[in-house]
Ligand binder design. Sequence first.
Ligand code: TRP
Length: 552
Amino acid sequence: MSEPSAPLATQDARGGFGSRLGFILAASGSAVGLGNLWKFPYAAYANGGGGGNEQGAGSFVLIYLLAVLLVGLPIMLAEILIGRRTRRNPVGAFKALSPGTPWKLVGALGVFTGFLLLSYYNVVAGWTVEYAVKSVGGEFSARTSEVGDSDLRDRLWSDFRATPDSLAQLPAPPAPTSALLTPAAAWAQFAAAHPAAYAELEAELRAELWQAFILDPDFAALSATLRKEILPGKLFNEFLASPLRQVGWALFFMCLSVGVVIAGVARGIERWTKILMPLLFILLIVLLVRMLTLEGAGPALAFLFVPRAGQLCSASLLAALGQAFFSLSLGMGAIITYGSYLTRRTNIAAAACAVTLMDTMIAIIAAIIIFAAIFSYGLVMQDGGAGNLFTAIPVIFMKIPGGTYLCVVFYVLIMFAALTSTISLLETVVSYFIDERGWSRRKATTAVGAAVFAVGLPSALSFSVLADVQFFGRSWFEMADYLCSNWFLPLGGLLVALFVGWRMTAKELREELPPAQLPRLPFVLWRALLSYVAPAAVLVVMVGILVGAVQA
Ligand code: TRP
């Protein structure tokens, strides 16, 4: 499927991809990242009926797939088209297509978003290196003795609170009204209504649980298992609280991305992704096959793919749509930039489909892996699952024979996925300084890398020294993510859809997409999706967020 690897488009100074496969790999590398492996399974969990296992995430996954198909895919094709037609960075692209109009501000918004997004994304990318190192060192099995009795007591108590039977311990009045609540929520309600009675009851029950536990004939085995399950959470908190390691790994990761981007598009990005992407895919398939042999696979598939009425609220609808933008790398010009390195001969409709399919498959595979593990081992995500890539995954692997090695594989894989994403973010910003400011690639990459790292410092410190510095109730890290994911990306995507849907003529579009590549019916459908469906959906997201903010 690849064209000859001759440097078809590399004649000009800004470089280009040697083949269509090179582009597909690079663009999939951009799309596949922490958004698929960390954010998607977590979002599916959080939207599976208030974070409870009972409800299932089928409706969320269904809406996500619809958002990818009806909003993501059309905008993906629109961004590739803009990039390939103009062969510019996002700002230059809009200047070329619509000279003298404010449309170039869409590109500017994109470059700014890329800058801000990379600043905190790079911090999380740094975590993957810490975890690759941790798993190579075998920390998850070696340090279980650090889990103390008080941790075990807390764990027993939280397990107890999460069992339906525990409701029977609550004094009569609140219990019947709690039939629809999860046990934990019922307890929280009781605690709020009767603080003194609650404290007394809790102390009593905790003591009983602990007595029963230490008298259990299997005490030794049980506590060993619990220590294994508790340890990763402790290690994660300890890591988050270390400013030195947070900043150190962020610096390390930024240097890695800068190195690849300096090497240039064809020689750097294409060569790396040609090796990394297929490797990533193979490693994921291996893990998938392994997890599908566990008994939790069936319930996991049911949880993810059986939609049920009553699972969806407007918040999960918004979450699904925003996730589609984030995961496909849309709305900030990353795909415009990669598209600009494509040759005229490439069928961009086929390329857009390939990238979208690849990204979606990997998100789904990652979710199946994680949920098969959760169901097989009866893990309960107490905190909504936000840290599950770093706290639950090690538990999972420590329970699999040979898991110590699989754990290394897994974190190295995620590190690669994060790297191909940070590369695309950095390249987008860098290409702006090369094209519009005339900087050399080396100067632009080093300067942007240093600046992004500096802006990311507060994000890296948001879990330790700056934890108490809040902006409207969010840490710097959370605020940056909130602004990028909820506002800037959907806004950028909306404007790209409007631009290609309304400002570009059918004749212009047909020059990039001849009927041989995109027949009449799909072409008309694509324009309708861009002009009406995608903008309407994004507006619903934004109005929904606004209404939510007003209500909150
Ligand atoms: N899509 C990547 C992920 O899923 C993140 C990413 C890379 C991104 N480049 C982007 C998101 C551009 C939005 C825009 O992890």
